[in-house]
Write a protein that binds this ligand. Sequence first.
Ligand code: NAD
Length: 513
Amino acid sequence: MTQSIASIPETHADWRTLAERLSVEKSLEARAYIDDTFVDAVSGETFTTLNPATGETLAEVASCDAADAEAAVAVARRVFESGEWSRASPGERKAAMLRLADLMELHQHELALLDSLDMGKPVSSAMGDMAGAIGCIRHHAESIDKLYGEIAPTGEDSLGLVLREPLGVVASIVPWNFPLMMTAWKISPALAAGNSVILKPSEKSPLSALRLAQLTREAGLPRGVFQVLPGFGHTVGKALALSMGVDCLAFTGSTGVGKQLMQYAGQSNLKKVFLECGGKSPNVVFADCKDLDQVAEHAAAAIFHNQGEVCIAGSRLLVENSIRERFVDKVLAAAESMQPGDPLDPASFMGAMVDQTQYQRVLDYIRQGVEEGATLRTGGKAMDGEGPNGQGLFIGPTVFDGVTDAMTIGREEIFGPVLAVFGFDTEEEAVRLANDSDYGLAAGLWSQDIDRIMRVTRRLRSGQVFVNNWADMDQTVPFGGVKQSGNGRDKSHHSLEEYSDLKTVWISLMPAP
Ligand code: NAD
């Protein structure tokens, strides 16, 4: 499928037709993109990527390993040293990136369809991701020719210049839950800053990244500036992380793998490691919040959006005990309208779980919740067969009440549609429970009391705090975590700091003769 989708899909039937066309044409690019060519893996190995909503094979994808990583790193280094991109004027980089954004917009339905088919997310949600991804590319393209260096306030006999320079070769390793959007968050500032970028998409969702590679070529990015290596973490991901030729690892994924990457950096060249990891985010509801019905809808959407496969899922709901019973009933009612369905139906709120492993993992956590004594209020079971062919890996919205911080489901990131409800009596207890986590990615706070809002916001150990909303976001605002949720920021101009270094130039000025 090399042309954009001619007519804009709107209905379930439109999306099904497009998906069928894609599978009939069997034209999905599934090879690695190295230099400016699509190639098989050096080993010739492939892996299968499936549609989790139907169990059908989508493509046999090149399974890259260390040999492919070595080839791509050599290209990326050569291109960086050539200066064709790294020393191009910011205006030239901006123009190429804006062309890429325009092409992504032209092909946004196809890109959204690829993400939906590959990882099971509802196509309506995938369309939202496209807007985010395209906006991110445009934001960094537009900002890069508006940033200035600094002149340090030294004395008259010297001039201290502070220059911002690209790092070199950046390897971006991304997860599957928002395949193209996470990719855009990483590659936009990295490319804008002048780096050469090697992208390793998740083995669970490689297709949109490969389609993006085609678009970068069409947009006229110099060859070798952007390359894509599909494959597994323990093979090609590890090889990139250990490579002496990679200057920066920009990672989004689990905390466990993030820790491994830091070790690989230490074992190799001390490359910069920028991590966006997991979360177990508290959503704190005080009795004085406005409109319990609306807050309950937000609380349900905060966990069930994208099947709960969201790093900032509001997975711990902390509710003031005086309203807890009433409020949980409202959350259950909201959850009822968020059942999973065919991801290609724009009306589906939830889609399929990404694969058998994740599906089983979520079911295991649910079993553990019951065994550890939490009260299962709704869901808790597989809803297989929701897919268009009566197959697929689906789990309904699941709510546990009476959860404590000693329970596994109250502490560990489940990454599925499972909500853990805690009760609290005082503000102090709410803050203690909210902060009682290894993670610190996001927190929510619902109250009408401005004094309380400011008191609690300041005490929450979290990269972002959502006050009277959950996950309202904008490209202009940084995104990232503290504690074991990560150590950097995506989005906004702050993300450029992750992909550039400061160079100090000291010039001694001679006095007049
Ligand atoms: P994951 O850590 O299993 O995999 C992420 C990426 O790392 C994949 O591309 C994978 O192939 C690669 N990888 C795995 N092992 C590797 C290794 N040894 N060396 C190099 N690369 C390796 O995570 P996932 O299951 O893809 O994604 C889910 C996780 O991502 C959750 O924990 C979620 O919270 C997190 N996440 C965080 C953010 C954020 O912005 N903080 C956003 C989305 C997802």
